[in-house]
Ligand binder design. Structure first.
Ligand code: CP
Ligand code: NVA
Length: 303
């Protein structure tokens, strides 16, 4: 039984095979070639938080693979009325072939996984967002080739996206330069564990230093889902952390810009950057579909 709760749940070889399969699935889809490898299979999608890309990509992905996805918003299931996670995991496992969860505490997904007899996919927790990083790395490699040895600059909040970029540095071997305000730095335990596994990660509070000679510059919102009330306080703390043309000028001339979306133009990113020639955010969003189809095949077909 395999699950995908963080990028550390797949080996380097498996991660590369996933991206290779994603490229095949993408070209089959573009050629209009049917690929119903998951015919008759179902995916339960539990959402405790809002989503556009994640819901659409998983739902469309299952359909394109010949299967079916069920949108289970916590507000309209018994989970939202307090039915234990452990019971929900056992019930869903009896009926669906895999479960995808987007929720708050990472521990909820871990508890669900303990009681699930089908593969579980983390579709974002407060701690990590591994599906997004797989799509981001796939997108980088489509444009620039192997990401190994390249430099990725993360500018902004030390949040779930940052944590997955840190874990990805173990599996994919890129150098990660993080620039964040001291009070918003990534989780120390996760960072230390990744460093112990060989991740090359630097942390500073200087966006220009982080961006220097980077092959990819990336950022995310300053207030994540669940932190809406901290918006004003965070806007103050993150002043000077906007990815603008000055920051991009420190990166390599052919550096790419990425953002998992949704974005706040004028806050973490200038409109001229996200809507400019170095931005690949629309490819990045589309690639969620292709990469997650490969992930669904990988997890469901081996169980
Ligand atoms: N990037 C991402 O996960 O988007 P959604 O919140 O729209 O799913
Ligand atoms: N850090 C953001 C990512 C959204 C896809 C959040 O958790 O809201």
């Amino acid at each position: 039984m395999r699950h995908f709760l963080t990028l550390l749940d797949v080996t380097e070889d498996e991660a590369h095979a996933l991206l290779k399969r994603a490229a095949e699935l993408k070209s089959m889809q573009q050629r209009g070639e049917a690929h119903p490898t998951l015919a008759g299979k179902t995916l339960g999608m539990i959402f405790d938080k809002a989503s556009t890309r994640t819901r659409i990509s998983f739902e469309v992905g299952m359909y394109q693979l010949g299967g079916h996805a069920l949108f289970l918003h916590s507000g309209t299931t018994q989970l939202g009325r307090g039915e234990p996670v452990e019971d929900s995991a056992r019930v869903l496992s009896r009926m669906v072939d895999a479960v995808m969860i987007r929720t708050h505490a990472h521990e909820i997904v871990q508890r669900f996984t303990q009681y699930s007899t089908v593969p579980v996919i983390n579709a974002l927790t407060d701690l990590t967002h591994p599906c997004q990083i797989l799509a981001d790395i796939f997108t980088f490699e489509e444009h620039r080739g192997d990401i190994k040895g390249k430099t990725v600059a993360w500018i902004g909040d030390g949040n779930n996206m940052t944590h997955s970029w840190i874990n990805g540095a173990v599996t994919f071997g890129y150098k990660l330069n993080i620039a964040c305000p001291a009070d918003y730095s990534p989780d120390e335990t996760l960072l230390q564990a990744a460093r112990d596994m060989g991740a090359d990660v630097s942390i500073s509070s200087d966006p220009l230093l982080a961006a220097k000679d980077a092959d990819l510059v990336t950022t995310d919102v300053w207030a994540s889902m669940g932190q809406e009330e901290e918006q004003a306080e965070r806007e103050k703390a993150f002043m000077g952390y906007q990815v603008d043309e000055r920051v991009m000028a420190y990166a390599k001339p052919d550096a790419l810009f990425m953002h998992c979306l949704p974005a706040h133009r004028g806050e973490e990113v200038a409109a001229s950057v996200i809507d400019g020639p170095q931005s690949v955010v629309w490819d990045e969003a589309e690639n969620r579909l292709h990469v997650q189809k490969a992930l669904l095949e990988f997890l469901i077909l081996q169980t």
